[in-house]
Design a protein around this ligand. Sequence first.
Ligand SMILES: C[S@@+](CC[C@H](N)C(=O)[O-])C[C@H]1O[C@@H](n2cnc3c(N)ncnc32)[C@H](O)[C@@H]1O
Length: 171
Amino acid sequence: MIFWLSFFLLFLFTLFISFISLAPWLPTFKKDLERIKNITNLQLGEKFCELGCGNGKVLFYLAKSYPNNNFLGVELALPLFLFCKFRLLLSSYNNIELNLKSLYRENLHDADVVYVFGMRDSMAGKFKKKLQAEMKFGSRVISYVFPIEGLESIFIDKGKEKDVSIYVYKF
Ligand SMILES: C[S@@+](CC[C@H](N)C(=O)[O-])C[C@H]1O[C@@H](n2cnc3c(N)ncnc32)[C@H](O)[C@@H]1O
């Protein structure tokens, strides 16, 4: 009983921390997956990293589209991480790695493309500094819906009318 109660509290705690750290869980719209794939335009050998991968919607979609590239999903909220882990176990993907940790504990030095869907305010300070310190020359960051204040985007995909914007940054 105590075990399950502690487990449940841990579930809630990690959800709460992720809520205030980057964003609460809001999945990327399914209709934008193809758009994101085109914007990402992964080249052979490039590593894709999703910071706060949620239920893995973007990660699994791209990993299927690019079977020869490596994908890393980082997620802090335990329920979402376990969901992705379970999904991975039931699938035949061998190009996805999942890390249960805060994105602030993940080193981004070897990422070629980082995808993030965070709140505008959460990405303006510490998050932006982390990207500036760790992203290697030539790498890209793709930010769904919100811009990263203080960084200059090289491209903004506005999609069609009523679509959300997607911001691309190059380092
Ligand atoms: C807006 S959702 C986006 C989910 C997913 N990237 C998508 O686009 O469908 C933000 C995600 O980031 C996770 N998150 C928030 N803070 C985090 C942190 N410090 N480290 C890792 N993940 C975090 C949340 O749990 C949530 O799953």
